[in-house]
Design a protein around this ligand. Structure first.
Ligand code: 13P
Length: 249
């Protein structure tokens, strides 16, 4: 089932005390929309965040995980570790992971498999770089990112996948894709899914947009028919701004 989701990706921000105070600020905000709300704190603050939001309509999700079940992978965290503290959803393939930690379509395919094998819902991120868009290759790049990491999956797996289109040139730059650019790409993504898996999966897929979403532009972007919500970076670090975006639905 297609859902409206607004997820805050806190990236490497907020120590424990900032996490606690941001969560308490979030709880004071009024939610008037029908969107599901998620926050993705850093690993060290997942447990606290999970405990602190137990009674609230806020899902705590992880920003990353390793594909192996366990073993000699210093500094890494597995799907079962996330599950053991109650986490149900993980973000995979963020462009910062791809750019700074050499994550590839191939390693991401393994991560997606590991997440799904552990019943973790995956928010799978992808998006073209500025050079791709300038060259007019954005659809080709996006199609290959999705196909390489996801199209080995059986149709039934897609109920546990959320897609997040995040054009790299719009992340943290203040330069948002226009609502039309977002809509065009989301429509193309749905068509790509339709061609491979049929209309049911394409229609049911939740596709988020990420890249400089702010209170001022959220309504117009979320108003597009194929945009089902947002993955929010900078603006998710202030409770008021984040909920202004949530309430844009
Ligand atoms: P910004 O909202 O800061 O552009 O970040 C988007 C993002 O990367 C969310 O994952």
């Amino acid at each position: 089932m297609r859902k409206n989701i607004v997820a805050g990706n806190w990236k490497m921000n907020n120590d424990l005390s900032h996490t606690a105070s941001l969560i308490s600020d979030l709880k004071e905000q009024t939610k008037t929309s029908n969107a599901e709300v998620m926050i993705a704190p850093s690993f060290t603050n997942l447990w606290h965040s999970f405990e602190a939001t137990r009674e609230d309509d806020i899902e705590v999700v992880a920003q990353n995980m390793h594909f192996a079940e366990n073993g000699a992978y210093t500094g890494e965290v597995s799907a079962s570790m996330l599950k053991s503290i109650g986490i149900k959803t993980v973000i995979l393939g963020h462009s910062e992971r791809r750019a700074y930690y050499n994550e590839t379509d191939e390693s991401l395919a393994k991560k997606v498999d590991a997440a799904l094998a552990n019943d973790l819902r995956t928010i799978f991120c992808f998006g073209e770089e500025l050079a791709d868009r300038k060259a007019g290759n954005e659809e080709q790049v996006v199609a290959s990112q999705i196909k390489n990491a996801l199209f080995h999956l059986e149709a039934s797996a897609f109920k546990n996948i959320v897609l997040a289109y995040e054009p790299v040139w719009a992340i943290g730059t203040g330069e948002t894709a226009s609502p039309e650019q977002a809509q065009d790409m989301h429509k193309f993504i749905r068509e790509t899914l339709n061609d491979a898996y049929g209309s049911q999966i394409a229609d049911d897929m939740t596709i988020l947009y990420g890249g400089s979403v702010k209170p001022v532009n959220a309504k117009e972007i979320f108003g597009k028919p194929d945009v089902d919500g947002g993955l929010i970076g900078g603006a998710s670090l202030k409770a008021e701004d984040f909920y202004a975006i949530v309430n844009a639905f």
